[in-house]
Design a protein around this ligand. Structure first.
Ligand code: GLN
Length: 386
C-alpha cells in the first residue's frame, strides 16, 4: 500500500514536520507562519453569534452572499476594478483555492510557470493537475528575476503562471515593472495568471499591486487571497478566488467536489472582518513593522546576513557565517540545541541546493516570544566563522 505516484515525491509538508519537531524539543516556533496572538473579538463575536443563531448547515457552494459581497467590495476598493459578488468563490483557505484553480483550469501536459523559492503546495498541486512546472528563480539578495529567464519559461504549452506577491518566503513585493512584464507575457501567450495575495496587507516598503488591475489582465487572472494572515485567524481557513465568469466556472467545478462549501458560521465572522475600518489595517501593519524590525535587528546583531523584508511576516536570512553545511543541518542544530524552530528553505526549490545557505524565520509572534528566540540563539549558536 503506497502513496500515489503523483504525490509520493513530496512527502510530508515542511510546515507540519518542523512544527512537530518544535513541539518535541519545546522550541520557540518561528517556523510555520501562524500568529501566537488571537484575532480581534469583533470578528470572533460575529462567528459565535452565527453558531448560536443556527447558521450551522452547509453554506452555498460559492459562499454566503454577504461574504461574497464583502470580498468583492474589499477587492474593488483596493484594485479599482468593478468586481461583482458573482466573481467570488469562497474556499477553505487560499490553500484550497490553489488546487481548485489548477485542477479546474489546467489540463494534463500543460505547463505552469512558477517562481522559486515557491510555497510548497504550488508544486504538489501542479503535480495533482498532471501539469508540468517551469521554474524561474528569484535570486538573493533582492530576489529579482532575470527577465530573459522569465521570457524563456513561456512557450506553446504554457497555460498559467503563479505569482505570489508579497512573496513567501523571501518577503519580496513585486514592483510595477516586474508585473508589467508578467502581464505582457500573459497577454502575448494567452496565459492565465493565478495570484496568491494572502500577505496583501503586510507591505512595509513600496506598495502592493494586484496583477488583475494591469491592462488586459482582469479577464485572464484568478486572484486568490484569504482572511487568515490579515486578521490573525489562520485556523479559520477562509479563503477566496476572484475571477471572470469563464475562469470562475473552472475554479467552481473543482471546488464543489473538493470541499463543496466552507464553514458557515466562520463565513459570517469573515463578513465582520472585511468591514473593519481603515484604522484596523493601519494598526495591524504598524504592529508587524515593529515585530519585523525587532527580529531583523536581532538576527543582524547575532551575525546573520539579513535584510528587512518589504512584505509578509517572514525573514529569509543567510546562516553561512555560522559554518553549517546546509539549511537542514543548521535548522536541526537550531531546534535541538538552541530551542528555536525555523524553516529550511531548500524545501521551496526544485533543486534543494539552491536554498542551502538560507533559513526562514516567521515574526508573527509577540515581542516577548521574539526576544526569547533571540536570547536562545545568542546563547547556543556556535561562534561566527569569519
Ligand atoms: N503559510 C504558512 C507558512 O508559510 C504555512 C501554512 C501551512 O502550514 N500549510 O508558514
Amino acid at each position: 500500500m503506497t502513496t500515489a505516484q503523483r504525490l509520493a515525491p513530496f512527502g510530508q509538508t515542511i510546515f507540519a514536520e518542523i512544527t512537530a519537531l518544535a513541539v518535541k524539543h519545546d522550541a520557540v516556533n518561528l517556523g510555520q507562519g501562524f500568529p501566537n496572538f488571537d484575532g480581534p473579538d469583533f470578528i470572533k463575536d460575529a462567528a459565535i453569534a452565527a453558531v448560536r443563531d443556527g447558521r450551522n448547515q452547509y453554506a452555498p457552494t460559492n459562499g454566503i452572499p454577504e461574504l461574497r459581497a464583502a470580498i468583492a467590495a474589499h477587492f474593488a476598493a483596493r484594485s479599482g476594478l468593478d468586481t461583482a459578488p458573482d466573481a467570488v468563490t469562497v474556499t477553505s483557505g487560499c490553500t484550497e483555492a490553489i488546487p481548485a484553480t489548477l485542477l479546474g483550469l489546467v489540463d494534463p501536459g500543460q505547463e505552469v510557470v512558477v517562481f522559486e523559492p515557491y510555497y510548497d503546495s504550488y508544486r504538489a498541486c501542479i503535480a495533482m493537475a498532471g501539469a508540468t512546472p517551469r521554474f524561474v528563480t528569484l535570486r538573493p539578495p533582492d530576489f529579482a528575476f532575470d527577465p530573459a529567464e522569465l521570457r524563456a519559461a513561456f512557450g506553446p504549452r504554457t497555460r498559467a503562471i503563479i505569482v505570489n506577491t508579497p512573496h513567501n518566503p523571501s518577503g519580496k513585493v513585486f514592483d510595477r515593472t516586474e508585473l508589467e512584464l508578467i502581464a505582457s507575457l500573459c497577454r502575448d501567450h494567452d496565459v492565465i495568471a493565478i495570484t496568491d495575495e494572502v500577505y496583501e496587507h503586510l507591505v512595509f516598503e513600496g506598495e502592493h499591486h494586484t496583477l488583475a488591475a494591469f491592462d488586459g489582465m482582469a479577464e485572464r487572472t484568478v486572484t486568490l487571497s484569504s482572511l487568515g494572515k490579515t486578521f490573525s485567524l489562520t485556523g479559520w481557513k477562509i479563503g477566496w478566488a476572484i475571477a471572470p465568469p469563464a475562469l470562475a466556472a473552472g475554479v467552481r467545478s473543482a471546488h464543489q467536489f473538493l470541499t463543496y462549501a466552507t464553514a458557515t458560521p466562520l463565513q459570517h465572522g469573515a463578513v465582520a472582518a472585511l468591514r473593519a475600518p481603515a484604522s484596523y489595517f493601519e494598526a495591524f501593519r504598524a504592529a508587524y513593522r515593529r515585530r519585523r524590525d525587532q527580529l531583523v535587528d536581532g538576527l543582524s546583531a547575532l551575525g546573520f546576513g539579513v535584510r528587512p523584508p518589504a512584505g509578509t511576516y517572514f525573514v529569509l536570512a543567510d546562516h553561512t557565517p555560522f559554518g553549517f553545511d546546509d539549511d537542514v543541518a543548521f535548522c536541526r542544530h537550531l531546534i535541538e540545541d538552541a530551542g528555536v524552530a525555523a524553516i529550511p528553505p531548500s524545501a521551496f526549490y526544485h533543486d534543494p541546493a539552491d536554498g542551502r545557505t538560507l533559513v526562514r524565520f516567521a515574526f508573527c509572534k509577540d515581542e516577548a516570544t521574539l526576544a526569547d528566540a533571540l536570547t536562545r540563539m545568542e546563547r547556543h549558536l556556535p561562534a561566527l566563522k569569519r
